[in-house]
Design a protein around this ligand. Structure first.
Ligand SMILES: Nc1ncnc2c1ncn2[C@@H]1O[C@H](COP(=O)(O)OP(=O)(O)O)[C@@H](O)[C@H]1O
Ligand SMILES: [Mg+2]
Length: 244
């Protein structure tokens, strides 16, 4: 990890009618970093991902990638610039094969069909889905669907990857494999921001954690310090984390 910032979110606010889902959020992500984004349900984590990926526009504030203001760019342009994300609820093209789903991602950077196919096959191998390449996506188990979602995002060859609860619903064994996969993605030099609920999974994995609560940044820092922060314990972790 370097000290150089790859992503800067500055004073970002997003309203939905009267509701403020993100309220004056500022944070920086360093190049090569593995950052955990945590906080209770409804804290605004997925909304922040939607704003970074360009699915929604912020009501106010700015978002910079590599020092360039991308706030008004559509999601497709941001994807071309190297931002990829997974959705909290996996979205696959169910009638298409697993391979074709990943080719859709690969075509972002590979123009030829053969090149895209090769890239997709490599990515499926990397996430451990190679044997399922020919299966229709609809036949995948829920954990396999999460891997497919990850493969499609990775096939776009991102520099910044946003993972929204990719470990939800996994058994402990699957979650351990998921952790190992995220480490390998990080080892490739890809900057990762991950939303994850299970503290035991996310805290040992990440370099730094940012806690959101009620649409605001409540705390950020080294995972060890964040879990001891009184405001984080009060708002999110509860007493079971106190003094451990
Ligand atoms: N498209 C939307 N329209 C209306 N309200 C939304 C929309 N997306 C999110 N919200 C609201 O914004 C708040 C934050 O939601 P979200 O970002 O999904 O939180 P988290 O991912 O931390 O659980 C919630 O109150 C949610 O209902
Ligand atoms: Mg969410």
């Amino acid at each position: 990890m370097t000290n150089e910032s790859i992503l800067a979110v500055r004073h970002v606010t997003r309203r939905f009618g009267g509701l403020i889902a993100n309220s004056d959020i500022s944070l920086e992500v360093r190049r090569g970093e593995l950052l955990g984004l945590i906080g209770p349900n409804g804290a605004g984590k997925s909304t922040l991902f939607n704003l970074i990926a360009g699915t929604y526009a912020p009501t106010s504030g700015e978002i910079c990638l590599d020092g360039d203001d991308i706030t008004s760019l559509p999601d497709t342009k941001r994807c071309a610039l190297g931002i990829a994300r997974t959705f909290q609820v996996p979205r696959s093209f169910d009638s298409m094969s697993v391979l074709d789903n990943v080719i859709v991602g690969a075509l972002v950077r590979r123009s030829g069909a053969n090149q895209a196919r090769e890239q997709a096959l490599e990515t499926l191998d990397f996430v451990g889905l190679a044997t399922r390449a020919a299966a229709p996506a609809v036949e995948l188990t829920p954990p396999e669907k999460r891997r497919l979602e990850l493969a499609r995002a990775l096939a776009t060859e991102p520099k910044l990857l946003l993972l929204d609860e990719v470990m939800t619903g996994l058994t402990p064994v699957e979650a351990r494999k998921g952790v190992e996969l995220i480490r390998r993605i990080s080892d490739r030099g890809i900057t990762i921001v991950m939303v994850e609920h299970v503290m035991e999974v996310v805290m040992p994995l990440v370099d730094r954690a940012v806690v959101l609560n009620l649409g605001k940044v409540l705390a950020q820092g080294h995972p060890k310090d964040v879990v001891r922060d009184e405001s984080v314990i009060a708002a999110y972790l509860g007493d079971r984390h106190r003094a451990t």
